[in-house]
Design a protein around this ligand. Structure first.
Ligand code: AMP
Ligand code: ZN
Length: 486
């Protein structure tokens, strides 16, 4: 058995070998908590979850770190525009901290609903300003920075490998410079490490630093926090493909610039979830939250199932029809499992977490073993969840294998899939019923208020209509929105 993964660094499939022993340090870029996550963002976290579950299953001792960005992320990843947190707080008439708390909670509600395991360490940018300052000082000492008009910049010309992972060179960058010219920068692709001259007024959170009172650029948090928790060199870093060109390129320049050593061994990037009309993003109108999926009558796990049916490196087009198909396929799996279960008196499922090698020992004399082996091979082949799912679907139908053996093996598979396959169908419909409890209604009302504040009236109207179909009427009063059941 051996795991192979696609490494964006070398742009090829490589055998996975930790730096030493079986320990794996894994840093996954987390959310910027200025709004709800959309289901495209959530694809990135389902991918992180499948990766950590697979690594643990294969016997690795994984430390999974995820950051929460609550400062410094501007609307454009290249230091353009306004700080996303400040903009959101202004629009909603709240403080930055209130916004961060609210959307951090909403994020973890969503990840829990998707059965995504909590990372080993979740760290907030605003709790790590001293670590960021210390790292910037190291960069300064090694000659990678310059100060201009109140901001401290990273000078990319001091890092010859800049752009290597993204596949461009410094010369190519110069030739094709398309970014807006910022007169304070020596090179248009230099980026801010520390802002003291805010480009906009009322930056809410400011910290003292050797360069003056200010706040950090976005990229430095990931270098500082990953190295704090995982050391100066670690195994895996992940994020969506949109991060390769700027965010991760800058993270590498910072971390390797400061230590003088290679930083991350494997870079793994998930492809996008797209709509028919193109990329799903918070700035375009195509913004679907998990709550909206639930309100259409789906279980969040139907969405997880939809995602697992595609390979993480392939683009996936979202549609409500695809959701219907995923829902029906999952229901039918559950029904088949119910049918297999009936008539078995002492059902022995594998409920405790099991490793692949123990599972193999357990199944050694079982006719289900070839399915298990193919399932493991699929995962080891750069996490091919579509193939692993297909193994499950074939196993479940294979009448040459006893119901007990099939169920036992499926219960092992579901430790990776996290599809709650052994939950009774009724409990799922109960979950949907309770989706319209008071908390869900209040969450939707808040989402509608946010949509209105962001002038996204289409989404606001959609929410009102969705609630109406569930017998909830909204009334906007000077004191806010009130609701009643009809
Ligand atoms: P953000 O909160 O914007 O920093 O994004 C959180 C994560 O979602 C990042 O890893 C992004 O690369 C990823 N992401 C953003 N949009 C999509 C999408 N449409 N499909 C898949 N991943 C996405
Ligand atoms: Zn990051």
């Amino acid at each position: 058995m051996s795991l192979r993964v696609y490494n964006t660094l070398g742009k090829k499939i490589e055998e996975f070998k930790p730096l030493s022993g079986m320990k794996v340090g894994f840093y996954g870029c987390g959310p910027t908590v200025y709004n709800y996550a959309h289901i495209g963002n959530l694809r990135a976290y389902v991918f992180q979850d499948i990766l950590t579950r697979t690594l643990s299953f294969l016997g690795y001792d994984v430390t999974h770190v995820m950051n929460i960005t609550d400062v410094g992320h501007l609307s454009g990843d290249n230091d353009e525009g306004e700080d996303k947190m400040v903009k959101s707080a202004k629009e909603r008439g709240k403080s930055v901290m209130q916004i961060a708390d609210y959307y951090t909670k909403a994020f973890f509600t969503d990840t829990e609903r998707l059965n995504i395991l909590k990372p080993t360490i979740v760290c907030k940018a605003t709790d790590h300003i001293p670590e960021m300052i210390a790292l910037i000082k190291r960069l300064e000492e090694r000659g990678h920075t310059y100060f201009s008009e109140g901001n401290l910049y990273y000078d990319i010309s001091t890092f010859p490998d800049y752009g290597k992972m993204a596949g461009f060179t410094l010369d190519e960058l110069k030739a094709g410079a398309r970014v807006a010219i910022d007169k304070n920068k020596k090179n248009p692709h230099d980026f801010v490490l520390w802002f003291t001259q805010s480009k906009f007024e009322n930056q809410a959170l400011l910290w003292d630093s050797p360069w003056g009172k200010g706040y950090p650029g976005w990229h430095i948090e990931c270098s500082a926090m990953s190295m704090k928790y995982l050391g100066e060199q670690f195994e895996i870093h992940s994020g969506g493909i949109d991060h390769i060109r700027i965010h991760h390129t800058n993270e590498i320049a910072q971390s390797e610039g400061a230590t003088g050593k290679p930083w991350v061994k494997y870079w793994m990037h998930n492809e996008f979830l797209v709509m028919n009309k193109g990329k799903m993003s918070k700035s375009s109108g195509e913004f679907i939250t998990l709550q909206a999926v639930i309100d259409k009558g789906f279980d969040p796990i139907d969405y997880r199932f939809l995602l697992l049916g595609g390979h993480y490196r392939s683009q996936l087009t979202f549609s409500w029809e695809a959701m219907e198909t995923a829902k029906n396929a999952r229901k039918s799996l559950q029904q088949r499992i119910e049918n297999l279960k009936s008539g078995i008196e002492n059902l022995s499922l594998i409920e405790e977490k099991i490793s692949a090698s123990d599972a193999e020992k357990l199944l050694r004399n079982s006719p289900a073993l070839p399915y298990f082996e193919s399932f493991v091979q699929a995962l080891e082949d750069d996490l091919s969840t579509p193939r692993a799912i297909s193994e499950m679907q074939q196993l479940i139908k294979d009448k040459t294998i006893s119901a007990e053996d099939r169920l036992k093996t499926l219960s092992i598979f579901d430790q990776i899939f996290g599809l709650n396959l052994f939950e009774k169908s009724e409990s799922n419909s109960n979950k949907q019923e309770s989706a319209m409890d008071e908390q869900s209604i209040l969450t939707l009302i808040q989402e509608r208020t946010d949509a209105k504040n962001a002038k996204n009236y289409q989404r606001a109207d959609e929410i009102r209509d969705e609630l109406r179909t569930k017998g909830i009427i909204l009334e906007d009063t000077p004191k806010g929105t009130v609701w009643k059941r009809i």
